[in-house]
Design a protein around this ligand. Sequence first.
Ligand SMILES: C[S@@+](CC[C@H](N)C(=O)[O-])C[C@H]1O[C@@H](n2cnc3c(N)ncnc32)[C@H](O)[C@@H]1O
Length: 327
Amino acid sequence: MEAGTEFENQDPKDTHTCTSLSLPVSNSSPNCQEETSQGNGDNCTNIPVPSSNNTGSHNMKTSGPHPRTLTEEEAAKLSQDTRVVNDFKQMTLEKEAQKNWDKFYKRNSTKFFKDRHWTSREFRELSGCDSSQEEKKIVLEVGCGVGNFLFPLLEENPNLFFYACDFSPRAVQFVKDHPLYNSSQCMAFQCDLTQDPLLDTLENPTVDIVSMIFVLSAIHPEKMLSALENIYKVLKPGGCVLVRDYGLYDYAQLRFSPGQKLAENFYVRQDGTRAYYFSTDYLSDLFTRAGYQIENCDYVTRETVNKKEGLCVPRIFVQGKFIKMRS
Ligand SMILES: C[S@@+](CC[C@H](N)C(=O)[O-])C[C@H]1O[C@@H](n2cnc3c(N)ncnc32)[C@H](O)[C@@H]1O
């Protein structure tokens, strides 16, 4: 994959993403940590880098237990952050998860995330559809937000039919209002993956591909398994789940302040939305327990470079493909 394809634009409000390596600023919203937020595009570029486990190589994916070696300052920061948010606040955050995401879309409308034009390169199953094939491939995009993943793919590949769901009613409405929304190619609906059976809504429960792009990290770790089991039921035997999400020791994880930790590798932002930072082992184990076979599960390493400031920060993501076996 070529340089600069994912982080070219950072939100102009997101000054601290690209201007600090000493981690002094707390995370206030997904604004400061999303992989692709919209913005002026002038300052920051994301480039693939070899991981610390692969020094000297230009292989940008790795599946070892640790995505990179922390500096002493970073290791101390993480190990000293032991205090977790109290139970009452944790329960409130869980109860209000949907409301907090809906408020996020009220504040940002469709202007926050940048369209994800890299997905068909990273996930070949989304690009390889032959336009002469008779049946459309069915894709279910879970946690679709306002459609930044979905609409570029629809334009690129008319031979896909998309079901798209999110638990924010406002996000779903933005998808339906998009100029490219067309009922012959997609159907958007509201759904809480952790409790609403997908089988109740899908007209055709034989989904070929499920995409989960920065979604599992927003779900409480205790409910991740039920979300994956819910998806399993609508997936065709031989079908797959494609995942991209935050990785352990991502720069954004290291910027949380004391008081924002909910559990190991799980944090709350100032706007009440939450984020989990995955190791590949943790993600693989979750999918295995939900009945999937692992085709691949790796760390993807990037550097966000701010040329103007002469700084770069390490971004770590996890990416995987998980299969529902034919019985
Ligand atoms: C970080 S955003 C990613 C949006 C989109 N996938 C993208 O890549 O632009 C996470 C999304 O997951 C949705 N979400 C969080 N928990 C969910 C749940 N339990 N069920 C369905 N959607 C959920 C949020 O509303 C939000 O739109």
